[in-house]
Write a protein that binds this ligand. Structure first.
Ligand code: 4NP
Length: 154
């Protein structure tokens, strides 16, 4: 079982989108049983509010026929570092914030999602940009290349 945790600042836009896009991808490939997939935030704002996936993120997933269930925002915890094999962040700032919570990345589990691609970069925050379409395609690109990376390794 490969355990993957997607992480962003609020866990209401990018990381839940990545969670459900990746779940759909492995489902369609018939390999869902090989994965445990979840998402979390670096901040605790939305956990305190009990917030679910942001409406525009849900709209984008619906538009692209990506099934999703309810997901409540939660902050990443120190024990998640041991639980997960891959902790996939959306941007540099997420990584420094994850490290503040989990300590050092001694097992090299923490990466930016787009670092698995030929074009390593941050995924912009649609909470601020309003551009959920770019976010969607960046996440799909990152998830496809991450999957290629995993299967190249085995
Ligand atoms: P996300 O976007 O990190 O992609 O989930 C954000 C959502 C909410 C907030 C910040 C970023 N916020 O400040 O509440």
């Amino acid at each position: 079982m490969i355990k993957v945790l997607f992480v962003c600042l609020g866990n209401i836009c990018r990381s839940p989108m990545a969670e459900f896009i990746f779940k759909d991808m492995v489902n369609k490939k018939g390999i869902a049983d090989e994965f445990y997939i979840d998402s979390a935030a670096t901040s605790n704002y939305n956990e305190l509010d009990g917030a679910g996936i942001y409406a525009d993120a849900k709209k984008m997933l619906k538009q692209m026929n990506i099934p999703f269930t309810e997901h409540k925002s939660r902050q990443i915890r120190k024990k998640d570092y041991d639980k997960f094999d891959y902790i996939l962040a959306m941007e540099d700032k997420n990584i420094s914030n994850i490290l503040k919570i989990v300590g050092t990345d001694s097992q090299n589990k923490i990466h930016r999602l787009l670092d698995f691609t030929q074009n390593p970069r941050n995924i912009s925050d649609p909470w601020y940009t309003g551009d959920f379409v770019t976010t969607y395609y960046d996440i799909v690109y990152g998830c496809e290349e991450f999957l290629n990376h995993i299967y190249k390794e085995q």
